[in-house]
Design a protein around this ligand. Structure first.
Ligand SMILES: [Zn+2]
Length: 416
């Protein structure tokens, strides 16, 4: 077995018993005589950082990397090796020049030893430089802007969903770099009431660094497909769900905050998407025009505000009082379904501009007249009910995703 393992992996067990090394003085694994020098790396799925210098654990200087094809920087995800037991000072020299410097106020970075359990580490920001002060307990530690949602996990989410007999997985086309754009169709569009079932569209991660959006979708799908979940069961009697868990696969793999592999901010492409610049929106919008839409949720993460909130379509000149009432009812129902949701804090009123119809949720209200919301989850925490260990994280996003089924059901039964 060992030989086969070595063949498959290139792993050479003999190296561990090298006689010449055995005769050397044994290096201690304590903090005094550690055997590894400081190393920073990011060549993995969604990895992104630029090394400036790392002479010792107490002096690690980095720059936050730009999106792969756009001049936007905010997302970081990297690995630090060789600092076990050492008080490490990791400085992000260009944090003040990132896309949302206010995102670093009150922000605590996330860390993990196994990329399964993530926790917050002490982080400060002086207006220019952001600093993580952390003593790693192990040889290798990962730091990220937010708990990552890997491309592998994305594929596993799709695969797991299609094991349900309620689910069809459709391929809509490809991204700029040729990754698959899949939509999960949940429930039988042909079965149900004579009027046909309601069509619910949920999309996430137009902005790929907002990984909480896909954690949210994972929780929503698990509840929707759970045979023991009463809201899931009832919803699939009354509605068909069209779910795009990741709208920006290229940007996700590159470790971008905001843009795809053509440098496009997909949430400014909805009015005139093209196959060259924004195929991800082009193919999804075409499918929506084919199926129709009775309710649309576009899930995001907000860098600044430490709250869960929605942004609606009230800036549209055509927005009716009935639509406003439906929006309000959704918020009221969501607050009951999950106390993590609130409507005291949000973006406030924004005027109608040339940009409005380029954004997903107002565009869909304009096109279909339906309830259509941008749902924002925090990068930081829910300040109404903070968690000092994890802050806002993937698990809490997933629980919120499960809780959204109740307000969705209410909204479908009470159209504008
Ligand atoms: Zn966003």
């Amino acid at each position: 077995m060992r030989a086969i393992f070595a063949l498959l992996t290139g792993f050479n067990p003999k190296a561990y018993h090298d006689a010449s090394r055995a005769q050397q003085p044994r290096l201690s694994f304590t903090s005094q005589g550690h055997t590894m020098s400081i190393k920073i790396s990011s060549q993995f799925d969604a990895g992104a950082i630029e090394l400036v210098s790392a002479t010792s654990a107490s002096s690690i200087d980095l720059n936050i990397r730009r999106d792969s094809h756009a001049d936007i920087s905010q997302w970081f995800y990297f690995r630090l090796q060789g600092a076990q037991g050492q008080a490490s000072t990791i400085r992000f020299l260009n944090a003040g020049k990132s896309a949302y410097p206010a995102g670093w106020d009150g922000y605590q970075a996330m860390a993990s030893y196994d990329r399964v359990e993530w926790f917050r580490v002490p982080t400060s920001f002086d207006g220019e430089v952001m600093t993580i002060s952390h003593t790693p307990e192990m040889d290798s530690v990962y730091y990220a802007y937010f708990e990552p949602y890997s491309w592998e996990r994305h594929l596993e989410l799709l695969d797991r969903a299609q094991l349900s007999e309620q689910v069809r997985m459709l391929d809509l086309g490809s991204t700029v770099e040729g990754r698959d754009m899949n939509v999960l169709v949940i429930g039988d569009p042909a079965a149900g009431s004579p009027d046909g079932k309601k069509k619910v569209w949920v999309i996430a991660r137009q902005h790929p660094g907002e990984t909480m959006a896909e954690w949210f979708v994972e929780g929503m799908l698990d509840a929707l497909l759970d045979p023991a979940d009463a809201f899931g069961r009832q919803l699939l009697k009354e509605a068909v769900f069209y779910v795009v868990p990741n709208m920006n696969p290229d940007g996700s793999v590159h470790g971008n905050l905001r843009t795809n592999a053509a440098g496009a901010n997909l949430n400014r492409e909805w009015n005139t998407p093209t196959m060259e610049r924004s195929p991800e929106v082009f193919v999804v919008k075409n499918k929506m025009l084919e199926t129709g839409c009775d309710l649309f949720l576009d899930v995001h993460g907000d860098e600044g505000l430490p709250y869960v909130f929605v942004a609606g379509s009230e800036s549209l000149p055509t927005f009716t009082p009935a639509q406003a009432a439906q929006q309000k009812r959704f918020s009221d129902d969501f607050k009951i379904a999950s106390p993590d949701f609130q409507d005291m804090h949000g973006y406030g009123d924004s005027p109608y501009t040339d940009e409005t119809l380029t954004m997903g949720s107002p565009h869909i209200t304009h096109a279909f007249g339906c309830l259509s919301l941008t749902l924002e989850l925090p990068f930081k925490d829910n300040a109404n009910d903070p968690d000092p260990i994890c802050g806002w994280d993937g698990a809490r996003s997933a629980r919120l995703g499960a809780a959204v089924l109740q307000p969705i059901l209410q909204a479908l039964r009470n159209p504008a």
